[in-house]
Design a protein around this ligand. Structure first.
Ligand code: CA
Length: 509
């Protein structure tokens, strides 16, 4: 099939839409990623089905929700005997490759399948001289991860069989924790970054989950996150991030004047007069490190787009930029993801394909990561297997909306046993106006985890009047009918995707 388009799927790890300038965050400039928005379509309501790395990647590859593909947490890996979109494209005539972050497990049961070429980072991967597993062989590749992944992607494009269409998944490690920038970018962002309006959130008027999460910039960042020296010592230098870890959190002591923080790179010593000063220091250092790693990704996207231009491939290639989920950049005082609150729930999603997508379009309809695989197959002219639960985004990309297009996006998170983040399990839906969340922690019968149902709570947000999600209106009599309406929609969605209200899974963590 000569007219099958090529597909380049570029995915970053933890890249919040706010840190892409075409989304209007106003905190950085990403001119190369923005090209996809200018020359294609920007999605404003693309959502992740489970806001964490491994499950999102499984949903993308298989086109199924996590209760179906059984990849619930960071430690439940993909069974690589399952069908996936790369296998379908491969048998449909495509050459397929994946380079970079995989995070769906290693070894014969979990390594990539369906790819003619694969070169992936084991686990979370490293920023410098990354170890990679290339077609089953471990290698160490000198250089900065973002550059290494880009070089390998372009090399594969260069060496491919040019008579066949291609499907390339270019998966960056950046801007994942611990946000280590390329040395040439260490001095970027000398000006302070704007602090979000909800940074000092007191977590009132909401479910307990928000106040109990251990993802606070003020209290939960570790030394390594901010490129700081972790001093020798015990609890006096900071709490362990979790049992058995040697990594410790930067303290937020009552007498902050005694604290000395040392830059790992320059040896500079930082001192503080007030706790507010320390919090601001942590926020600025976090954001700047994060944005510096984004800078390299933007450069990488530019290199790939240039390659397509130079080789006259731009017309017949669908180029997508996304992230495996969103990320908190200080909103609610947090870093990290996991929650269904907007900043971590929303995925950036930009698509360029000159043959079908008009430049500069913005899509406001609901989309989710389970839709990606059916979209690829639709464009490839291949059948969409009925085990896939998403919908092809192709009509939306052509600026039309099918009458029966899903009105809600669904989210479910299970990894509440991770003591490092203490993010409660939950599920819920959002439509254009409202977001309904049900918080629960399963009873595992383990000491200290048996909450006996005490933690079950609901939240409803009116995303129009409260876009920052600071006031749950679930118990507000004015919203009684909305609550009933959204509960009905939630129930309907769960029936549609075959999920059940509460079920005990057995994740390893
Ligand atoms: Ca991620």
């Amino acid at each position: 099939m000569a007219d099958q388009p090529n597909i380049v799927f570029i995915m970053a790890d933890d890249h919040a839409a706010k840190a892409i300038s075409s989304y209007g965050g106003g905190i950085n400039q990403t001119p190369n990623i923005d090209r996809l928005a200018k020359e294609g379509m920007r999605f404003d309501h693309c959502y992740v089905t489970n806001s964490i790395c491994t499950p999102s990647r499984a949903a993308i590859l298989t086109g199924t929700y996590n209760h179906v593909n059984k990849v619930f947490t960071l430690d439940t890996y993909l069974d690589n005997r399952l069908p996936n979109v790369a296998k379908h494209l491969q048998t449909g005539g495509y050459q397929t490759a994946i380079v970079g972050k995989w995070h769906l497990g290693e070894g014969k049961d979990h390594e990539p399948t369906g790819f003619d070429f694969w070169s992936v980072l084991p686990g979370q991967g490293e920023y410098f001289d990354p170890l990679m597993i290339e077609m089953g062989i471990e290698i160490e590749v000198p250089g900065y991860a973002t550059d290494v992944i880009t070089d390998k992607s372009i090399n594969w494009l260069e060496q491919r069989d040019k008579t066949k269409p291609f499907f390339l998944m270019c998966h960056h490690k950046a801007p994942h924790r611990e946000w280590e920038p390329h040395p040439k970018n260490r001095k970027l962002f000398q000006e302070d970054v704007k602090i979000p309006d909800s940074f000092d959130d007191d977590y009132k008027n909401r479910a307990n989950a928000a106040s109990q999460a251990r993802m606070r910039i003020k209290d939960d960042l570790k030394y390594a996150d901010l490129g700081l020296v972790q001093p020798e010592g015990g609890s006096e230098v900071g709490q362990r991030i979790m049992l058995r870890s040697t990594l410790r959190k930067i303290p937020n002591p009552e007498d902050v004047t005694m604290l000395r923080l040392i830059d790992k790179d320059t040896g500079e010593v930082f001192k503080f007069n007030t706790n507010d000063e320390l919090s601001t220091f942590k926020y600025q250092r976090y954001l700047k490190r994060y944005l510096r790693t984004v800078e390299s990704i933007d450069e990488s996207v530019g290199r790939i787009l240039d390659y397509l231009d130079e080789n006259k491939l731009a017309e017949n290639t669908i180029v997508i930029y996304t992230s495996d989920q969103g990320f908190f950049l200080g909103e609610h005082g947090w870093f990290d993801k996991r929650f269904m609150y907007e900043e971590s729930f929303k995925m950036p999603f930009l698509v360029r394909y000159p043959q079908e997508i008009q430049p500069g379009l913005i899509c406001k309809n609901m989309a989710c990561n389970v839709d990606f695989a059916p979209t690829f197959l639709d464009f490839a002219g291949l059948p969409i297997p009925n085990y896939m639960q998403g919908n092809s985004l192709r009509p939306l990309l052509k600026d039309t909306v099918p009458e029966d297009w899903p009105e809600v996006a669904y989210h479910r998170y299970w990894m509440h046993r991770d003591p490092n983040h203490n993010a409660y399990s939950h599920y819920g839906i959002r439509n254009q106006r409202y977001k309904l969340i049900y918080w629960y922690n399963e009873d595992y019968g383990l000491p200290g985890t048996n909450k006996g149902g005490e933690e079950r709570e609901w939240e409803l947000f009116d995303c129009q009047t409260d876009p920052l999600e600071l006031f749950s209106v679930f118990y507000d009599p004015l919203y009684k009918e909305v609550v009933e309406m959204m509960k009905t929609k939630l129930e309907k969605k769960m029936i549609e995707i075959c999920d059940v209200p509460e079920h005990t899974i057995n994740p390893k963590i």
